[in-house]
Design a protein. Structure first.
Ligand SMILES: Cc1ncc(COP(=O)(O)O)c(C=O)c1O
Length: 394
């Protein structure tokens, strides 16, 4: 028997850390400093790990102390009655919408580019049986009250349409800040019609950091709010859903039903707390670095299609003789590679200034190369390309 057990133990064992793991991880930190793919690539630092190690030791299905404390803190700073720690932003949004939407037919109104519309696997249809009313903002930046009034479905007497029960807004959306007065106007209108408001505030931290508005003010127009710890704040895992007590109680039940009841989350709550205290204050510097990148691109004649209002810049290489996929390939092939993802550049707390300089140098080299080959046409070299940008700053 002992021999059999030893054999099973031998089969099961798995020493995952390589003998040079510290070296491998040091290289990963460097690669992350040179990744513009997303702020989700940010990783815990030794300091965060050290703080997280002291996290409380409980089982969160039975209410874990640090996790409960984090939920209470987030309820307080968002000005809501209660909050729920969940595994991801997608789970947070989906739980919120499922908890709000009880009886189809119904619809949710949103910006066509919203994460819940394009990146959550059709979860609204799957979990809630909901139709979507997806609006393309005519100003290219954010949907307006007029557009909401035009598209919202408020009655279904003939049975043709699915009445809109929730308006879902995203702030930031593609790194841009939704003007708060427009949000308030949409919210006042929605509430006057009995329609609920949900905020996907995965990156709402950036709005607070950039504008100096409190989270309570930013969240006040909404019945429920999702915010993520695992993106710009640099925590490894987790999001928060905040809202009224009875709504959060329903979301807690749904979280368990969907298999999202987690157990020893104390260290994750501690990592999130570390991020709130130490990383949130670093966001204005992140935005400055994104602006430096944007200014550098403009100076080279690259068109900015969505401005660095917070941590993201979108660009177009039109007229330069190359496209984004060529930049991606060339960046990957640098002796010290840079990782990119299409025409979106995301700057985060672990982005190095050197990476921004190297990326600008790559753009410059590519532009000079194409110009020498006679491939670039009509290129502005003094930054005037931005005047042709479709983007109108709000
Ligand atoms: C605006 C927005 N909402 C929600 C999510 C979903 O978060 P998660 O990847 O944690 O599910 C993301 C992910 O990047 C996002 O950008």
């Amino acid at each position: 028997m002992e021999a059999a057990r030893a054999k099973v133990a031998q089969e099961v064992r798995f020493d995952i850390n390589a003998s040079n793991q510290a070296e491998v991880n040091a290289k990963a930190y460097r690669a992350i400093a040179r990744s513009f793919v997303s702020d989700t690539v940010t990783v815990p630092t030794p300091e965060m790990y050290q703080y997280a190690m002291l996290g409380s030791l409980g089982d969160d299905v039975f209410h874990e102390p640090h996790t409960q404390a984090l939920e209470a803190h987030l309820a307080k700073i968002t000005g809501k009655e209660a909050a729920l720690y969940v595994s991801s932003g997608t789970q947070s949004n989906q739980l919120a919408l499922r908890a709000h939407l009880t009886q189809p037919p119904h619809s949710v109104l949103m910006d066509i580019r919203a994460h819940v519309n394009v990146h959550e696997g059709g979860g609204l249809a799957y979990h809630c049986g909901a139709a979507t009313v997806a609006i393309t903002p005519t100003n290219g930046h954010h949907i307006t009250l007029d557009e909401v009034k035009k598209h919202i479905i408020l009655d279904n007497q003939l049975g043709h349409a699915a009445v809109t029960r929730v308006i879902e807004l995203e702030n930031t959306l593609n790194g841009t800040i939704f003007p708060q007065d427009e949000i308030v106007a949409i919210s006042d209108f929605a509430h006057s019609k009995g329609v609920l408001m949900h905020l996907d505030g995965a990156r709402l931290w950036h709005v607070a950091a950039e504008t100096g508005k409190s989270l309570t003010e930013l969240c006040a127009p909404f019945d429920s709010v999702n915010m993520c710890f695992s993106k710009g704040l640099g925590a490894p895992i987790g999001s928060i859903l905040a809202g009224p007590k009875d709504f959060i109680a329903r979301a807690r039940v749904l979280r368990k039903l969907f298999g999202g009841g987690m157990r020893q989350t104390g260290f994750l709550a501690a990592a999130a707390a570390y991020a709130l205290t130490n990383n949130f204050p670093r966001l204005p510097a992140v935005h400055k670095l994104a602006q430096k990148l944007e200014a550098g691109l403009e100076a080279l004649g690259v068109t900015i299609t969505s401005r660095a209002e917070t941590c993201m810049v979108f660009f177009s290489c039109e007229g330069l003789g190359f496209d984004a996929s060529e930049v991606v390939k060339r960046a990957e092939a640098l002796p010290d590679p840079i990782t990119l993802f299409g025409e979106r550049l995301v700057v985060h707390i672990q982005t190095s200034e050197e990476a921004v300089d190297d990326l600008l140098a790559l753009f410059k080299a590519l532009i000079e190369e194409k110009r020498a080959a006679g491939l670039a046409n009509g290129v502005a070299t003094n930054g005037s390309a931005t005047s042709a940008s479709p983007y109108v700053k709000a």
